[in-house]
Design a protein around this ligand. Sequence first.
Ligand code: DX5
Ligand code: ZN
Length: 228
Amino acid sequence: MVKPKIAPSMLSSDFANLASEAERMLQCGADWLHMDIMVCFHQITSIITLYHMCSNPHMITLIGALQDGAYLDCHLMVTNPLDYVEPLGEAGASGFTFHVEVSKDNWQELIQRIKSKGMKPGVALKPKTPVEEVYPLVEDENPVEMVLVMTVEPGFGGQKFMPETMEKVRALRKKYPSLDIEVDGGLGPSTIDIAASAGANCIVAGSSVFGAPEPAQVISLMRKSVDE
Ligand code: DX5
Ligand code: ZN
């Protein structure tokens, strides 16, 4: 049986107090801390600004040092994940999940390099990407150990859960009974049951946990739903 892993997304935390926010979530019962690593281009007239958001390797190091032993579940929303393997491995990341859409030519090398750095490799797919695209990565002799099904378009917290993505979760669970299947985007008390009954066991939740008066209650409710 797969175990529930509840992973608050630090993207919804108070960035000015990232380390204490991480500690608060662990005290509330979080299993993992979900770290979104993305590069956002904001184009305003002719000025292009590049933001390296939330969880750059320095932040991973900081949280890793302060929360010794915490599982840092890193979700790479970048076009060049290979460039991040070395720095995130050194920074103390635990899981390294790259997107299949940008790794068609080098996923075998990526998996091998991620494992050689002691991290758990995972592959993510966007809502419109067919689930079949990840099968070769799960069935390879050096496979990924988790599939992350995006349940919103990647980019922001606080979006609405897309129930049509559950078809992919069901197909994966049927084919791979012991695989870790993660869902990310719009998860909370009102959507957890549909995701858990489809077969997801790793649950990322940003706004529903950080926005709750009692995050511990939300975390425990989601764990219960996966356990049932
Ligand atoms: C979205 C990120 C998510 C996000 C989830 O692109 O990958 O991890 O923080 O936030 P909520 O749970 O608010 O949808
Ligand atoms: Zn994420």
